[in-house]
Design a protein around this ligand. Sequence first.
Ligand SMILES: NC(=O)c1ccc[n+]([C@@H]2O[C@H](COP(=O)([O-])OP(=O)(O)OC[C@H]3O[C@@H](n4cnc5c(N)ncnc54)[C@H](OP(=O)(O)O)[C@@H]3O)[C@@H](O)[C@H]2O)c1
Length: 229
Amino acid sequence: MLITGANRGIGFEFVKQYTDKGYRVIATCRNPNTAAELNAFAESHPGVTVERLDLVDLEGIDALAEKYAGQPIDVLVNNAALMRGPDKGQTFGTMDYEWFDQWFHTNARGPLKVTEAFWPNLVAADNGIVASLTTGQGRHGIPVLGFAYYKASKAAIDNLFLDVARKGKSDGVRVITVSPGRVATSGEAPSPRMVPIKDSIGGMIRVFDEFTLEQNGRAYRYNGTESIP
Ligand SMILES: NC(=O)c1ccc[n+]([C@@H]2O[C@H](COP(=O)([O-])OP(=O)(O)OC[C@H]3O[C@@H](n4cnc5c(N)ncnc54)[C@H](OP(=O)(O)O)[C@@H]3O)[C@@H](O)[C@H]2O)c1
């Protein structure tokens, strides 16, 4: 399996849980040199390979796909993203328009490009799946100012992957968008409304395992409930 943003947060937990399940993991991140925890984990788990992948670097994505050409990849998790707010630069009235490109190149174009580049690997796998992390908020809108680029770029993912799902139906690749619930990954104090990280990732993996080709394009939450646009 291949995952983006594997060095911390939800991505690193996916690496650990898929490793526990016996998968070989291509754990990508944009700065392998500073990914101390991930590197230490890979050193003690021979099935984990750390690779550099920056979502804004289209040529770098192609180069990594070229390196793995011909190898089936059964699970691709588009996890990496910019995720923050409220920010002045994402607030209507004080928008930072250079950020627009940064957010959309990272959160929308990046996962699309990664999926296109590794599509032959997914097709080569038996019943492969590509899962893209989104947020219920991308659909319904966080009801305060300051998250404009975050929620709009996630809404773009939701939409872009509807077409990927159509292609997946003919190519035999399962395509899902999934919300992890609210998970404390930025050092915030846990609250009862948050989902423990192990439960969120364990739940998403169960959802992927049960997801069928006929469901392509549908969106789910980590707990298996369908997320209606
Ligand atoms: N946590 C939640 O409550 C929550 C809720 C809904 C949806 N999600 C979604 O779940 C996913 C993971 O969230 P998280 O909480 O684990 O986020 P996080 O802790 O902020 O981690 C984000 C990851 O994305 C990577 N990243 C950012 N820009 C990148 C780029 N240009 N190229 C490659 N990697 C890049 C980061 O790498 P660096 O370390 O190099 O910055 C980091 O590994 C995201 O898609 C997020 O939108 C999370």
